[in-house]
Design a protein around this ligand. Sequence first.
Ligand SMILES: [Zn+2]
Length: 290
Amino acid sequence: MTRGDSTAKAAGIVTLVVAALLGSAYVLGRSLVPDQQAQRHSTGITSNADAPGYADQPSGGEPSGAPSVSGSAGPAQAGQDGSGRDAGDDQLFGAHATTGSPRLALTFDDGPDPQYTPQVLALLREFDVRATFCVVGENAQNHPDLIQAIVNGGHTLCNHSWHHDVSLGTRSTDAIRSDLLRTNDAIRAAVPDAPIVWYRQPGGAWTYPVVSVAHQLGMTPLHWSVDPSDWELPGAGKITATVLAQAEPGSVVLLHDAGGNRQGTVDALRRILPDLTARFELEALPTDPT
Ligand SMILES: [Zn+2]
């Protein structure tokens, strides 16, 4: 091989690597852009009093201005789940966005929370509805009684990472695996035999590694199809209107029972449940997904 050949080959490899990196950054950027837009939008029209909600961090976590993750995504790092219903299939990496049946599933993220989770559970009980709770590991550790209440109510569980790490999917597979296992351990410290067969990536920021690790650990990636952006605190009326307008057979509805002031979500739920239960069969996502 001549010097010129090897130089050309090296240049070719460099070009490929750069292209791959740019491609990854592009995909990551696309997946986070809606959160960034929502973040700017929300902070532009509301007071700081609601900041913990926008941060979407578990109560007691760091302030919204100090996200725990590294990277270049800016405010979206502390972003909420949601604003992702327009995500294309290429951004979901196979994560389920519907129930796969005519039944509709309500999902509640970021808890459990001692103020709002009991209110949500009481409403679900009142309307004889079972749902799925995507819980954050450290919140499960802090509130094992609420994990027990969720399971005792006939609801199912979904792993939502230890600390709501929106960038978890960009970490090493070892780090991802450790985070998900730690979360499952916290859940099982409360309910030892709890089936945990779903994983929802915070912010819906799916990557191939996080989907792969979830599968390896026996969990199916779960996205959503109806998102009223309740974490933006649009008010119970708007949350209600969005859910009722967009719900259809197979919908997976994204709501939050923690991460900020969720009274609007609770109030909306009281209006949503009579309508949805009249139009659909509601289910807790099954613990034996295929
Ligand atoms: Zn979340």
